[in-house]
Design a protein around this ligand. Sequence first.
Ligand SMILES: Nc1ncnc2c1ncn2[C@@H]1O[C@H](COP(=O)(O)OP(=O)(O)OP(=O)(O)O)[C@@H](O)[C@H]1O
Ligand SMILES: [Mg+2]
Length: 295
Amino acid sequence: MLEFDSATKRFGPLTALDACTFTARPGRLTGFVGPNGAGKTTAMRAVFGLVELDSGSVLWKGAPIGPEVRARFGYMPEERGLYPRMRVRDQLVHLGRLCGGTTATVVRSVDGWLDRLGLADRAQDRLDTLSHGNQQRVQLIAALVDAPDLLVLDEPLAGLDPLAIAAMSDLLEELAAGGATVLFSSHQLDLVEDICEDVVIIHAGRVVRAGDLADLRARATQRFVRVRYLGAAPDWSGLRSVEVTEETDGEALLRVDQDVDLGALIDAVRRRADLVSFVYQPPTLSELFRSAVAA
Ligand SMILES: Nc1ncnc2c1ncn2[C@@H]1O[C@H](COP(=O)(O)OP(=O)(O)OP(=O)(O)O)[C@@H](O)[C@H]1O
Ligand SMILES: [Mg+2]
């Protein structure tokens, strides 16, 4: 288990991490979300000793993280730190050797991942001749070569095409299912909601929500109704204790009170729209995020 315990980091007058406390558990995917500048990258860098905390700590299995333990972690940094002019396979093998693997095991691991991520035919190319998304895959392999117990990935999905995002998500789920602790940051909240069991929402250096996503959703006081209808957007005026939070083609999301009379609401919606579906639900991660960050 990775544990942030009141981790605090100041840059001059700015408090980038403010008593930041949360855990990432083995066998689970933990999504780390928050607005730009919230402190995600700073927190992740602290795991690797790249940021020195002013107070508090980051622990792995209950103990401070030393260089030997850290060498068993996989990290995909925000500033992708590979050698642009070195050949893909050569540098992955080089990095794997630095982590302490024997050449034979590292080569086997690198070739396996290149194959799995569809890069076998680019193995002999210079990194800087690959597209952004493919460079990202190479960066991911660099984090995976050593079969780490802890994976910390800073926006691994940014800039990937939809197929690559799906492949990357499957892979992250698989790694967690295999017992690894996986912490990754992302701004793609719908995707985080789909694949993560746990989430951490950070805002201005403070953790504002953390834990099992299903629990967080269930415990939230707000409730929503997702309505699908045929034809043009209805006139929602006159609905009491209901706020329309999103409206797209043929679909609206209504924020309602927890004790809303659903029967009366369905009737009221029916009077306004040619109703296709009506689903009562807890807040999505996007809504949890919005209300946590607005508070
Ligand atoms: N080396 C540094 N010197 C000064 N300020 C810094 C430094 N690193 C980060 N900060 C500041 O700390 C705050 C947190 O930054 P951080 O990069 O951790 O945010 P983030 O959550 O990763 O944001 P994003 O979603 O944009 O990647 C920001 O206000 C940033 O400007
Ligand atoms: Mg960042």
